[in-house]
Design a protein around this ligand. Structure first.
Ligand code: FES
Length: 419
């Protein structure tokens, strides 16, 4: 724990050893959790949902980022807006349900009424000197990246979101998420600090031993490996995989599916990484039989064998886009030792459950994988509580992205807090 007798946060940040996991207070301390919420979640772009969460004008969705309650709403012009969910009269929430549809935004307490643009339209009994134009809802910055919705609580969001959007737009566009629907969503409260949830996501070192469902559609050689540990047969398999990757990228790119790896995980405020990877078996989707789970493919895709486009963002999301469905994940910290993992499965908006897809088949791989990951996160949280815990070394072959996540985190904290 970080307390008055412990090492101050800035000193912990300064002495972080690259290539090693973080010191225990980063996973346990309520004070560092508060700093994380101020700096990381208060001043960076946070993935919160998808355009199909609010498909029609008046559709709204609430969520919490730390102490900030916000809501997204689609306005009458079809744009998604975001506001603090705090009435400008005496602070009551405006939207109470997770998802709902509204005409205007009416506070339940004294009926102050706001338009979908946040302007205060009506407030009775407020007297002559009252100026409604000074009491609109407080806006939150929101951006849609080809249907992925990001918000930033800061008045001055990192400008390099535009760089990410320019680079990622062509990768994401073929999957046409704006014309998809949320077929299923599920929340899990993971018993671990948000950074442990993210670190677990940034490596597949643990996959072979823990994810029997996920390892069916994935190629083991895509997880990273130490070349010197391979026997002759394994070396040939790894070479075959490398050839498949090159060939697949060439084929996909030639038909309009950008596929090669882009990585800016620790050199931008809005860090991200992407790559389209081939899938094993029938090569179609993240399903137990590796075939497409949904007959109606996303966007204008007409070949189910387009692998899986992976998109990771700092600090709180990852996404997998297949030909038939997409799975998007957001991590929202609850306290120093608990995190909300929110997962959404999307299919073409016209796909019909029971006709075009079987829901159990659609969600099977990632539903099981999330539960397994939650247990793994709990192990590390438990370990961090022990007096015997000390930062351990990352594999240079399979945990490079975990190290980059920690680098990004430490660098962003230092950038805001100073050395
Ligand atoms: Fe919203 Fe009074 S608190 S109208």
């Amino acid at each position: 724990m970080l307390d008055s007798t412990a090492t101050p946060l800035k000193a912990l940040l300064r002495r972080r050893k690259p290539g090693y996991s973080l010191e225990a207070p980063f996973y346990l301390s309520p004070e560092i959790f508060e700093a994380d919420m101020d700096v990381i979640f208060g001043q960076h772009w946070i993935f919160v949902g998808v355009d199909p969460d609010v498909p029609e004008p008046g559709d709204a969705m609430t969520l919490n980022i730390g102490k900030a309650s916000i809501f997204l709403v689609r306005d009458d012009d079809g744009e998604v807006r975001a506001f603090h969910n705090v009435c400008r009269h005496r602070g009551a929430p405006i939207v109470h349900d997770y998802k709902t549809t509204v005409g205007n935004l009416v506070c339940r307490y004294h009926s102050w009424t706001y338009g979908l643009d946040g302007k205060l339209l009506a407030a009775s009994h407020m007297g002559e000197g009252f100026d409604p134009s000074c009491h609109g809802l407080k806006p939150v910055h929101v951006r849609s990246l080809e249907g992925l919705l990001f918000v930033c609580l800061s008045d001055e969001p990192p400008a390099d979101f535009d760089v990410m959007a320019a680079k990622m737009g062509p990768y994401l566009a073929p999957h046409d998420l704006k014309n998809a629907k949320v077929a299923f969503e599920k929340d899990i409260i993971e018993p671990g600090n948000w950074k442990l949830t993210m670190e677990n996501n940034r490596e597949c070192y643990h996959c072979a031993g823990n994810h029997p469902e996920l390892t069916v559609p994935l190629f083991a050689y895509g997880f990273g490996f130490a070349p010197e540990e391979l026997d002759e047969h394994e070396r040939k398999e790894a070479e075959d995989y490398a050839r498949l990757l090159t060939t697949s990228h060439r084929e996909w790119e030639s038909c309009g599916f950008p596929s090669t790896m882009l990585e800016h995980l620790d050199d931008m405020a809005t860090g991200f990484r992407t790559e389209r990877l081939p899938l094993a078996g029938d090569g179609e989707s993240h399903t137990n039989d590796t075939k497409a789970a949904c007959k109606k493919l996303l966007g204008k895709i007409n070949d189910p064998r387009h692998g899986a486009l992976h998109f990771w963002t700092q600090p709180n999301s990852w996404h997998h886009f297949m030909s038939d469905h997409a799975v998007v994940f957001s991590v929202l910290p609850l306290d120093a030792e608990r995190s909300l993992l929110r997962t959404k499965w999307l299919v073409h908006k016209d796909a019909v459950e029971g006709v075009d897809y079987d829901l159990e088949n659609l969600v099977g791989v990632w539903d099981a994988t999330n539960d397994q990951d939650s247990t793994l996160v709990s192990y590390c949280q438990e370990g961090a509580r022990s007096p015997a815990y000390e930062p351990g070394p990352y594999s240079p072959h399979t945990e490079m992205l975990v190290d980059k996540f920690c680098n990004w985190y430490v660098n962003r904290m230092i950038a805001h807090l100073g050395r």
